[in-house]
Design a protein around this ligand. Sequence first.
Ligand code: SF4
Ligand code: SF4
Length: 146
Amino acid sequence: MAQKTFWKTKKLNKYTPEEWESICTHCGRCCLIKLQDEDSDEVYETDVICRYHDCQTHLCTEYANRCKLVPTCLKLTPENIGKISWIPETCAYYILASTGDLPAWHPLKTKKPLPEELKVSNSVVSELLVPEEELEDHIIEDADDD
Ligand code: SF4
Ligand code: SF4
């Protein structure tokens, strides 16, 4: 069972699996399709979301098999969280790893659901509906500038 304010007292690599999972707000931003410029390596975020993201529940429908089904789906760990250049600045893991605390809006602090404006699900389209050649038209921002 997770301790009430474990994120204040424990190092990331000492979290139980349950505590680690509870940090995810299910905002969906890491599930947005990203495009990388072959020449500059620059990463661009699109408003197209992975086919396995359920926009109603905000959950991955293939969570257990996600890394097999989607090779680019990254499993966040205490070891890699500080090394991923494209991780959204609003990702709770990123904020926790870089500041040592959760943001004020985090559900573990507020005891309320994540604010709607921090979820991507309302303004995205599934990759099932977007042909690969049209992905560039869906670029919304430079993920490195997050
Ligand atoms: S497989 Fe699941 S967790 Fe991975 S990007 Fe797709 S929706 Fe997100
Ligand atoms: S960006 Fe971070 S908090 Fe949001 S769904 Fe992905 S892992 Fe969870």
